[in-house]
Design a protein around this ligand. Structure first.
Ligand SMILES: Nc1nc2c(ncn2[C@@H]2O[C@H](COP(=O)(O)OP(=O)(O)OP(=O)(O)O)[C@@H](O)[C@H]2O)c(=O)[nH]1
Length: 463
């Protein structure tokens, strides 16, 4: 994931800066130049990068800093704060309430993934006990209604549209009214894809919004849009009250910087990310947990947004309530069993689950042969049973056993945070423990054990 590379470049720049014997303007400028370059390479819009650069220079005025202050720490803090600001719109988006009817309208560029995302959003809520419904107000693209209907049928979600009516405003109003009468609590209106150059289509979108009065307008953005994200997102925001962003196709090779631009242009948070074409390849995006300490922000970037709360959410979603505490206990003891793997397998594609764990970026995991020293794990029939029970290939189970064995041994002794909270993790972790969890490449990237110790001691990476 390219955000992981971005994290690597930023941490390297900070590392070089903290290694300098004297922190002067040249050292600061070199560090900022490196960070700027890394952000631009990740497709973050140049205005945002310039703003960040200026803000840091204003905060860190080396000439005026009182003697005795830790300049390294002040620079690090300023960089982290500015990175946070980029990811954080400053205010949460409107959150629909279960049981109370809400209208959510989806807008975005052609092919950004709106229709797919509407169904994913509906399906996500349906699994949590909501009564969602879909309305197709896309009369522009032939086949849009069929696509939505097909997806909706698969997920057993009611869907409204028309082959005869050509006015999207009329369809949207009729659909919303019908589903309100049917007591649906989440009415999702899919609209045509459009470009900021298409004034007539923008006017149409404005009229759909005016007529249906959505509680929330979601801007859907393809993560590969790159530098163009800012202007397009801003054009949508100027026509309708965009309140949230969903970034799609995060499973591809996109650089991800466009997401930061869309947050800035719409002043709205990213609430979900799409990670594949399938209905359940959809994840909550939450930057809040990373706010608990600078060190977590650092980890989030270095690990490509290692997502603790997503991991915990998955556990709460798919593991039966009475088994959750046992699972967490075993995870924290590094005590893995085949039963535990079966539960983990239920949580979704292996790479997705892995990438939620701090210190474990799926692409950083070494791929080799399974160590056959543990006969309990290697028992063929047990592996076959797991594969059958979880609907996976034997090869997949083998790969996962290998990867998890390595992770578990690293995680031994770590304290797991409660749902939604991460401060417990940072409080309970010392540099030794942290080094055990980090893949060797990452420890090297940080600057080795000594560097990790000094960062954690100086508070640069702690709460
Ligand atoms: N890999 C991947 N593909 C996605 C994702 N989301 C959507 N797609 C694919 O992107 C393509 C376009 O998706 P649609 O949902 O049809 O896009 P749209 O924005 O509704 O298109 P218009 O109505 O023409 O504007 C489809 O092939 C989807 O399967 C995602 O998160 N990952």
């Amino acid at each position: 994931m390219v955000l992981a590379q971005l994290g690597g470049s930023i941490s390297r720049a900070l590392h070089q800066m903290t290694n300098a014997t004297v922190i002067d303007d040249k050292v600061l400028n070199d560090c900022l130049k490196e960070i700027t370059r890394a952000l631009l390479r990740a497709d973050v819009q140049s205005n945002l990068v310039d703003d960040m650069h200026t803000n840091i220079k204003n905060i860190v005025n080396l000439q005026h800093l009182a003697a005795g202050l830790n300049k390294r720490k002040i620079i690090q803090q300023a960089v982290f704060d500015e990175l946070c600001k980029m990811l954080d719109a400053g205010k949460p988006s409107f959150t629909p309430k279960k049981g109370k009817s809400s209208v959510v309208m989806f807008v975005g560029l052609q092919g950004s993934g709106k229709t797919t995302t509407c169904t994913k959003y509906a399906y996500y809520h349906q699994k949590k006990g909501w009564k969602p419904a879909l309305v197709c107000a896309d009369t522009f693209r032939a086949g849009a209604f069929d696509q939505l209907k097909q997806n909706a049928t698969k997920a057993n979600i009611p869907c409204y549209g028309s082959y005869m009516e050509s006015d999207p405003v009329k369809i949207a109003v009729d659909g919303v009214e019908r589903f309100k009468n049917e007591n649906c609590d989440l009415i999702i209106v899919d609209t045509s894809g459009r470009h900021k150059q298409e004034a007539a289509l923008f006017e149409e979108m404005r009229r759909v919004s005016e007529a249906t009065k959505p509680d929330l307008v979601i801007f859907v953005m393809d993560s590969s849009i790159g530098q163009a994200a800012f202007d397009q997102a801003q054009a949508f925001k100027q026509s309708v009250a965009v309140g949230a962003v969903i970034v799609t196709k995060m499973d591809g090779h996109a650089k991800g910087g466009g997401a930061l631009s869309a947050v800035a242009a719409t002043k709205s948070p990213v609430i979900f990310i799409g990670t594949g074409e399938h209905m359940d390849e959809f994840e909550v995006f939450d930057v809040k947990p990373f706010h608990s300490s600078e060190y977590l922000i650092f980890l989030a970037f270095v690990l490509g947004m290692g997502d603790w709360s997503g991991f915990m959410d998955k556990i709460h979603e798919v593991i039966p309530m009475d088994q959750q505490s046992e699972l967490l206990q075993k995870l924290s003891e590094g005590n893995f069993t085949l039963k535990l793997f079966q539960n983990i397998l239920k949580m979704g594609p292996i790479s997705q689950v892995l990438s939620m764990l701090p210190g474990v970026s799926a692409e950083l995991m070494p791929k080799g042969q399974l160590d056959s020293s543990n006969p309990k794990i290697m028992n063929e029939s047990r592996i076959m049973r797991i594969a059958r029970g979880s609907g996976r290939q034997v090869r997949e189970v083998m790969e996962m056993l290998e990867e998890y064995k390595k992770i578990w041994s690293k995680m031994k002794g770590l304290k797991f945070p409660n749902k939604g909270g991460m401060s417990g993790l940072s409080r309970n972790m010392n540099a030794q423990q942290m080094a055990k969890v980090l893949p060797p490449q990452m420890l090297q990237q940080i600057g080795g054990m000594g560097r990790l110790q000094s960062l954690m001691k100086s508070g640069g990476l702690c709460t």
